[in-house]
Design a binder for this molecule. Sequence first.
Ligand SMILES: [Zn+2]
Length: 54
Amino acid sequence: MTRPLKPCGTPAAIMRHRRRGQPLCDACRKAHAACKREWRRTGRYRLPDGWTAS
Ligand SMILES: [Zn+2]
């Protein structure tokens, strides 16, 4: 059984990069910026509702 990996551009993928010591890829960098904005607004590190990677 394999655990489904969250795609890049999600908080889970961002943490995966970090755990592995990898730099964030493009999708994750954008997601990270959006998460940080949301974190400042709501105190929760997550993607804002309706956020899409494109
Ligand atoms: Zn990534």
